[in-house]
Design a protein around this ligand. Structure first.
Ligand SMILES: [Zn+2]
Length: 169
């Protein structure tokens, strides 16, 4: 079970911790992505996965849970490096002209983020079964990546299920 800690234990962090714990309890499907412990830190501007999974205490609870899923998926990739390298090589062949620059792309991790963002989309849909596309379209970062995932979801999902048998059918 993922442990959720707070960095300063201020009000924003406490509220976010409660919301996230509530989500994890309400949606057992998220257990799938609860790989590492989490720190909620009001001192950071951007959530990140390594070395410690650290989340911005977003007031928007969809944003909070989306960041949680996204950063946990980075750990899934780190724990499955061979499968990830394989999936990236296929995605590079499929999308050779993927943009690099932020916020459209993600630097040298644009193709890696096609994996993260597709799995994030599927996980969000398992929790909120409507409005997920609109929510994702509201993101201001990685816009090419999320757009590509939304437009090519079936084929990217097929690549991932092929490369990562542990995802199931
Ligand atoms: Zn990421």
């Amino acid at each position: 079970m993922t442990e959720i800690r707070t960095q300063h234990n201020d009000a924003a962090e406490q509220i976010a911790k409660r919301k996230l714990e509530d989500y994890l309890q309400r949606y057992p499907t998220l257990e799938r992505w609860s790989l590492v412990d989490v720190v909620i830190d009001s001192g950071v501007k951007i959530s990140h996965s390594h070395p410690v999974l650290t989340l911005v205490p977003h007031e928007n609870e969809w944003r909070l849970v989306a960041d949680f899923i996204h950063e946990q998926i980075h750990w899934f990739e780190a724990q499955n490096q061979q499968e990830t390298a394989w999936a990236i090589s296929i995605l590079q062949a499929m999308f050779p002209d993927a943009p690099v620059s932020y916020p459209v792309g993600a630097g040298d991790s644009t193709h890696l983020h096609l994996i993260v963002c597709l799995l994030e989309l599927l996980a969000l849909e398992a929790v909120h079964n409507e409005m997920v596309e609109e929510f994702i379209n509201s993101y201001e970062h990685y816009t090419w990546i999320y757009g590509t995932v939304l437009q090519n979801r079936d084929v990217i999902e097929a690549v991932l299920r092929f490369c990562y048998p542990q995802l199931g059918r």
